[in-house]
Design a protein around this ligand. Sequence first.
Ligand code: ATP
Ligand code: MG
Length: 268
Amino acid sequence: MPHRIAVLSQKGGTGKTTTVRTLADALRRAGLSVLTVDLDPQGNLSDYCDVPPDAQPTIADVLAGRAAFADAVHDGVVPANLQLAEAELALAGRMGRELVLRNLLRNGDGPADGVGGADITLFDCPPNLGLLTVNALVASTHALIACEAQYFALQGVEQARQVIDLARETLNPELVWLGAVVTKADLRTVHSREAVEQLRAAHGDKILDTVIRQSIAYPETAERGTSILDHRPELGVDYLDLAVELTDALDEPAARRKLTRMARAVRG
Ligand SMILES: Nc1ncnc2c1ncn2[C@@H]1O[C@H](COP(=O)(O)OP(=O)(O)OP(=O)(O)O)[C@@H](O)[C@H]1O
Ligand SMILES: [Mg+2]
């Protein structure tokens, strides 16, 4: 079954784009075909994935009806740039504005339930719970919240969860909330540990077991265009663990087994 996962958060800098990029890498290494879609006018995912800045068409052209979805795939990424901010404004005035992405995926250039035949499509949402994020939630089978190991994460997760519930109650009853992944955690500090405890107290097992540790290696690898799984595997193993948890939830046992072996190999 193809899966479409919206990675979202109520605020900026929670590690969404890093999560989309690194998860895609891990899942591909486990043999799945993965498409990533940049839904953020900042275009960070497109940058991270080395899509040339002038690549055309982009997700903005697709949302505006100027290009087919399949034509906007560049090396496994549907890129975005500032034109997406304009496309979002235009979207706001349209009838059925929350359904545009879902209808585009259905209409045409790929099977209704997978984009261009990908096993997994990951949507990298912008740092807010606005119309682009809602479009991703309505077009997805699953939602994953990213949050930092900070006190104020509690409120952010709560708000993101409310938007997921709203999407489920109104436009996408099948949407499954996979949970929230805590990122940028420095578990040596009391602050980080208490933040994770507080999140678990409020959301129970919806806070995923895997916690992504904080490291300067993340911005470094983003800048160099290398993968944390190659550059610092002893840190990147966090994302292998996350991929194990998610393939378990998505019922992808073959990929799950491979990822478990990969994580074990790193730990030695
Ligand atoms: N585990 C981590 N440890 C340290 N830094 C990290 C980690 N994950 C991501 N970062 C860094 O934090 C910054 C923000 O990460 P990222 O771009 O993934 O977040 P985002 O939620 O997509 O941000 P935005 O909301 O602006 O789109 C980047 O510089 C990234 O390299
Ligand atoms: Mg981002």
